[in-house]
Design a protein around this ligand. Structure first.
Ligand SMILES: [Zn+2]
Length: 149
């Protein structure tokens, strides 16, 4: 498993934590380079430092639980019946694509994603939020993080 696959998988765990703590639903962008990642989320206010710390703690708790990450390939209609628009990000998947790869961390995060993922959350390694930035004009929260190399 490459370092960037681990950094990518951490996006799913971090998103689940942000959804739990802040009620965030939509991802607006992601970037991964080496052990650094950045998750950009649609959000209507600047979170407190305490909320950011709780997101980091929740993400690491889920990593330590070391639960399976299931990658399924399924019909788009079937996936929408199961999870509705939870599987989507702000950037749309063209209607012509009818089979989706779904990355599913049970009771945590589900997302249509065609990237490679670790087999379990524990393989990611510890996650540390390095910086957050709230962009009021765009109504987005950027969370930058590093994982242990
Ligand atoms: Zn993914």
């Amino acid at each position: 498993m490459s370092l960037e696959d681990r950094t990518h998988t951490a996006l799913h765990v971090l998103k689940g934590a942000a959804a739990n703590i802040l009620g965030i639903k939509w991802t607006k962008g992601v970037s991964v380079k080496g052990n650094h990642g950045r998750l950009t989320l649609q959000f209507d206010r600047k979170p407190t430092e305490e909320e950011i710390l709780r997101i980091q703690e929740e993400a690491n708790r889920k990593i330590r639980e070391d639960i399976p990450i299931r990658v399924l390939e399924m019909d788009r209609n079937e996936a929408e019946e199961l999870w509705g628009d939870l599987i989507y990000d702000v950037f749309l998947i063209p209607e012509s694509i009818r089979r989706l790869q779904i990355c599913h961390i049970e009771n945590w995060n589900v997302n249509a994603c065609n990237k490679k993922h670790t087999g379990s959350t524990g393989e990611i390694g510890e996650l540390k939020i390095s910086k957050t930035r709230y962009r009021i004009a765009k109504q987005v929260l950027e969370i930058s993080y590093d994982i242990t190399e």
